[in-house]
Design a protein around this ligand. Structure first.
Ligand code: UDP
Ligand code: MG
Length: 143
């Protein structure tokens, strides 16, 4: 997900481009303002944390871009592309390392496990919004 700060800062294309150039496959994509109830469900693991209220107001503050991304090791690869949660710790070359300063404005989200990925897809997408397709570069990306 490109969070609202990423949309406002005009780096949606840059972020999507990194995903595409890596070779991962985007199988669903949408821009919308996430409802507060949806944001709370998405981040329910953090509901007791001191930053929960500010996190919910941040991710619902404007449109964000949600994607379902497919590919070998897609979960760990996307976490690596995004970089550390605190942009101060994120390496140059990662999205957070290149484009963010503070944890509370860290531009992107990615699921942290297959189970959380399935759960988050279910929160944000209908199955009919997910495209099952092949890309012509697959035989050159995978051996
Ligand atoms: N967050 C925050 N303050 C913190 C920790 C987290 O504002 O001290 C926000 C930040 O936007 C982060 C999100 O809460 O991306 C979810 O936190 P998590 O630890 O799950 O990090 P992520 O999975 O996004 O790297
Ligand atoms: Mg997380």
């Amino acid at each position: 997900m490109v969070k609202p700060d990423g949309v406002q800062r005009g780096i949606v294309g840059e972020i999507i481009s990194r995903v595409e150039k890596k070779g991962l496959k985007i199988v669903a994509l949408r821009m919308n303002v996430i409802a507060e109830s949806v944001a709370k469900e998405h981040y329910n693991e953090h509901e007791d944390k001191p930053f929960f209220a500010s996190l919910i107001s941040y991710v619902t503050s404007g449109p964000s871009v949600s994607m379902v991304i497919e590919g070998k090791n897609a979960i760990s690869t996307m976490r690596t592309i995004n970089g550390a949660t605190n942009p101060a710790d994120a390496l140059p070359g990662t999205i957070r390392g290149d484009f963010a300063i503070e944890t509370g404005r860290n531009v992107v989200h990615a699921s942290d496990s297959v189970d959380s990925g399935k759960r988050e897809i279910g929160i944000h997408f209908e199955m009919s919004e997910i495209s099952d397709y092949s890309k012509i570069d697959e035989e050159y990306l995978y051996e």
